[in-house]
Design a protein around this ligand. Sequence first.
Ligand SMILES: NC(=O)c1ccc[n+]([C@@H]2O[C@H](COP(=O)([O-])OP(=O)(O)OC[C@H]3O[C@@H](n4cnc5c(N)ncnc54)[C@H](O)[C@@H]3O)[C@@H](O)[C@H]2O)c1
Ligand SMILES: [Zn+2]
Length: 361
Amino acid sequence: MQNREIAIKVTLDTQDYNIFIGFGTLKDLGDRIKDLSGKGVVISNPTIISLYGEKISKSLSEAGIDFRILSIPEGEEYKSLESASRLYDDLTEFQMQRSDFILALGGGVIGDLSGFVAATYMRGVPFIQVPTSLLAQVDSSVGGKVAVNHRMGKNLIGSFYQPRFVQIDIDTLKTLPESEFRAGMAEVVKCGFLIGKDFLSYLEMNLEDIMMLNPDTLTEVIEQCCRFKARTVEADERDFGVRAILNYGHSFGHAIEAASEYKHILHGEAISVGMVGAALIAKELGWIDQALVDRHVRLLQHVGLPIKMEGLNMNMILSRLALDKKGARGAAKFVLLRAPGRPEIVEVSHQMIERVLPNLI
Ligand SMILES: NC(=O)c1ccc[n+]([C@@H]2O[C@H](COP(=O)([O-])OP(=O)(O)OC[C@H]3O[C@@H](n4cnc5c(N)ncnc54)[C@H](O)[C@@H]3O)[C@@H](O)[C@H]2O)c1
Ligand SMILES: [Zn+2]
């Protein structure tokens, strides 16, 4: 098990690349990169550098690569144009050329920011994703969306820019804070409901092993999620159609994040509540039965995720969903299930949203 490395090929119009999934594979990065380029930078944050900087440095040095490690302070607020600008300064100072690489070592914040810089510095340099959070390993490192935040909105300034490869070292999850692991599990549970009944049952039956970071089950879970995301992105790279199914739980989820002003809740916690909301709407519409709603609640609760979030302002949630507060008019886009593995994108009426919301807040 320990030496097996899985490769998932992502085939796109612009570029093909592999997602490598394995254990203890940070040490192999140098060998993999040296065929690509002899020079580049690793972008990370102080926590991750203190944990993995030495291992990465050793691997790159031994492969004869000329590199620097660039550190961005920790936190979503540093996924900004200011951070990008600081990084451009560092890249020019290091005399980075168009064939030199940028490697993102970290969670989704580092991945999105580094990818944005890689896409724009000299109109694009080779980009490598080494995701270290569960969310980044099953979601943000796959699919090529790169961005920074703007005061008017999250991920407002961005692009599509595919990496040369993604290297997932599952070992790095051992140091991930438990709350972050649980939040990442919300995206895994989302994949369970989107992929279908077999994977959903697998998650239900193996949840304890997953939470204990059992290598075999974790590999299976990350592989399934990456394969599913890769297939979905292949079908709709630029997010004009089917890729939107990946937003299961995210309509309410994003609105809840905005209503809480992003303060004390993690993205995964918000979409956990959002998936319960989507299930309740599907039940109200007669698409699914109570048993499937209960499966959402049970699985999310077993992971340790919230199924409601008390104290949030209903009007803020409605306005974030772009609904008219007074007239009860309008509709918002939701991903709803007909069954596990059968998502559909539909408009849901204001009345229906108002009916379901009190169960969530
Ligand atoms: N590009 C996409 O398609 C996409 C998809 C989903 C989310 N995102 C973005 O991803 C970001 C969230 O990513 P995230 O949940 O990974 O958050 P994050 O990057 O902030 O990481 C969470 C925390 O865990 C720490 N951490 C990460 N790996 C660690 C490890 N192995 N050991 C110890 N600590 C570790 C980080 O330093 C951070 O404090 C958001 O900005 C979101 O917009 C992007
Ligand atoms: Zn998400």
